[in-house]
Design a protein. Structure first.
Length: 303
């Protein structure tokens, strides 16, 4: 055997090994953003914006709980203290100025307090930064199309089991096999897509959202983002994912007969894995490499 042939074979074997290792690493992504049957609360936060929203929601929940308990106790007290039996001679006054001032001023103070915390969260969400990666998402009946604005990459994303892929929107054995081949389990039916939005971790990602037919809405709960996709208009949202993993979302605007079959899959990977995927995507292979896992993909807990 010639030495050059031997060296070529060794190089090819090393390259294949590296690609296989990369595929395994990508397939091992943890599923983080997914709804869980019987669970309560938010999905695990994958961005700072999502954490801000969860904190704000919790703070307002405490305030509302105190108000509800106070008003309920006050109503019960009035019903007992001032019913016809306990108070046969009703009072004849028509108003109480201090009380009216109090129940006007106190709610204003509460709303100003809430606004002081909610407005910064809103402004942070609406002030779109210059994106490290900019992606245009277009809603169609009933799938999403994606275009990496600064790269020569574009593809459509269909739910696994969609009629466009030969399915009938039902979990058949064939669809379950397709899910397994893509690295998912039957629990990800109605959530997983044949292709995914692939983004690098720790980078500002700007999604430009529009629609081609009716109003849709691009939403990833674990990122705390949602933006309506309106035909003829280009809106934007942004996020910076903090952890590698798989995040699911769905169209959140009623858009027609198959609205429920229009999911979104986002895969957050390392910068190196993203660069490798981008190079392949420019050559026409937009699917993130998958390898058959020896154990099922685990869903992250809310802890």
């Amino acid at each position: 055997m010639r030495l050059s042939t031997l060296m070529t074979g060794i190089a090819a074997a090393c390259s294949a090994s590296l690609l296989a290792g990369s595929a395994l690493a990508q397939q091992a992504l943890e599923i983080i953003g997914q709804p869980v049957d019987g669970a309560m609360g938010f999905q695990p936060s994958g961005t700072e914006g999502a954490r801000d929203l969860v904190w704000l929601d919790t703070m307002i929940l405490y305030i509302i709980t105190v108000i509800v308990v106070f008003v309920t106790a006050l109503l019960i007290y009035v019903m007992i203290r001032y019913n016809s039996k306990s108070n046969p001679t009703p009072a004849r006054f028509t108003h109480n100025s201090p009380l009216e001032v109090a129940w006007t001023v106190i709610p204003i103070v509460i709303l100003v307090f809430i606004g002081a915390f909610s407005l910064p969260v809103l402004f942070k969400d609406q002030e779109i930064p210059v994106g490290d990666v900019t992606i245009k998402a277009t809603g169609y009946q009933w799938y999403w199309g994606y275009e990496y604005v600064d790269e020569d990459v574009a593809f459509d994303s269909y739910m696994i089991g969609s009629p466009a892929l030969g399915g009938n929107n039902m979990l058949t054995p064939e669809v379950e096999a397709d899910l397994a081949a893509a690295g998912y389990s039957r629990d990800q039916f109605l959530l997983a897509t044949d292709t995914a939005v692939v983004v690098p971790v720790g980078k500002d990602i700007v999604i430009q959202v529009t629609a081609a037919d009716v109003i849709h809405s691009w939403k990833i709960p674990a990122f705390g983002v949602m933006q309506d996709a309106v035909p003829g208009r280009l809106a934007a949202l942004w996020f910076k994912a903090e952890k590698e993993g798989i995040y699911f979302g769905q169209c959140s605007e009623l858009c027609g007969q198959m609205h429920a079959y229009m999911p979104i899959t986002v895969k957050v990977v390392s910068e190196a894995a993203y660069a490798e995927w981008l190079e392949k995507a420019k050559a026409g292979d937009v699917e993130l490499s998958h390898a058959v896992a020896e154990t099922p993909v685990q869903v992250a807990s809310n802890d």
